[in-house]
Design a protein around this ligand. Structure first.
Ligand code: ADP
Ligand code: MN
Ligand code: MN
Ligand code: MN
Length: 344
């Protein structure tokens, strides 16, 4: 028997973007043989997270995914859903709104900025760094600074040890901006992994005095700069079993018609202040237009060459979700739209 540390992680009730919250529960058990089904439902004070009134403040935490945490001894990260005291999903529980769909795969590309002392990491105390150009996939102190590499390397290792399917990282176009990619089979699983990968990164940065800024246009929207700098997205690549195995041009045309019809419903859950980012510049389509195009990074939905070459089969990339979007809401909305489209 060992003392096992369970870090229960959940999303709070803040709007428009939920914050990650977590707290530790110690249980007695056999480390290594613990299963999700063994984990107790737990609770927290919802009046401190904008999820309940003070008079009746209890909310429940239902474990939904379990990941080993190599940063502590005998520890796990426990992704949890928030339930009302009666066991029903809490209104803030975006995960519970995703339709069941074993066959859907999601690949999320998470862009973000490291921030220190209120500015992107590597920005000088006064003024601004050299304009964008050398930073994307850059190497060298003047391009990536002295901390970001260590942080992103550690992030990969902790995610891999947790069994999270992180696919890669790269330095991005703006100074202090980075990306990682997560791929998962099953919408809930993919989005769970994305939230836990965010959690791992945000927690890792604490000791470095660094914050992770998920705002989609932080240099313009939060921190004023004279030059225009890139924003951050969370491109969402998706495929259903039908898209991978049957597909076809007729189905694709119906799918894109549905995406066009539900444009506003998609934008509503694709992250706050997306109008600052979806301007039609910087490889984006403007927020009030829906378009798709082969290999077109200025379209709302990019159709990979491989999709056309294999007879309209495979995955599509929705480029509109932003870096602060909730992957549960994004995956749920994409699935809801897909489910309106007849397969024949
Ligand atoms: P880019 O930056 O060119 O848009 P990336 O390589 O960063 O492309 O991301 C491509 C994403 O597509 C990855 O996250 C990958 O997991 C995802 N992907 C690949 N195949 C599929 C598929 N069949 N279904 C869903 N997502 C997929
Ligand atoms: Mn990418
Ligand atoms: Mn990118
Ligand atoms: Mn992309």
């Amino acid at each position: 028997m060992a003392k096992i540390k369970l870090e229960y992680i959940w999303l709070d009730g803040y709007q428009p973007v939920a914050n990650l919250r977590s707290k530790t529960k110690i249980i007695d058990g056999e480390y290594g043989s613990l299963k999700l089904a063994d984990l107790p439902v737990w609770g927290f004070d919802g009046s401190s997270t904008r999820q309940a009134e003070g008079k009746s403040s209890d909310c429940l935490l239902k474990p939904v995914a379990l990941y080993p945490d190599c940063t502590r001894t005998n520890a796990y990260l426990v992704m949890s859903e928030v339930l009302l005291p009666n066991g029903q999903p809490h209104p803030t529980n975006s995960r519970a709104t995703i339709p069941d769909d074993e066959g859907t795969w999601f690949g999320f590309e998470q862009e973000y900025f490291f921030f220190k002392n209120g500015k992107p990491l590597g920005f000088p105390d006064d003024g601004f760094p050299a304009p964008q150009g050398p930073y994307y996939t850059g190497v060298g102190y003047s391009n990536v600074g002295s901390i970001a590499r260590e942080l992103t390397e550690k992030h990969i290792d902790i995610c891999l040890a947790a069994g999270i399917n992180i696919e890669g990282i790269n330095a991005e176009v703006a100074k202090g901006q980075w990306e990682f990619q997560i791929f998962g089979k099953g919408s809930k699983s993919a989005a769970d992994q994305m939230w836990v990968a965010r959690y791992i990164l945000v927690r890792l940065c604490e000791a470095y005095g660094v914050d992770v800024e998920f705002h989609c246009k932080p240099i313009r929207g939060v921190y004023n700069a004279p030059l225009d700098w890139n924003g951050s997205g969370m491109h969402s690549n998706f495929s259903t079993k039908h898209m991978r195995e049957v597909g076809g041009k007729d189905y694709f045309d119906r799918l894109m018609a549905a995406f066009s019809k539900y444009m506003d419903e998609h934008i509503a859950v694709y992250g706050p202040e997306n109008h600052l980012r979806l301007t039609g510049l910087h490889e984006t389509q403007s927020i009030d237009k829906f378009s798709f195009g082969v290999a077109d990074r200025g379209a709302s939905v990019r159709v990979p060459h491989s999709f056309i070459n294999s007879g309209y089969k495979g995955y599509l990339e929705d480029r509109r979700p932003n870096s602060a979007a909730d992957p549960y809401l994004v995956a749920g909305r994409i699935l809801k739209t897909i489910l309106t489209v007849p397969t024949k």
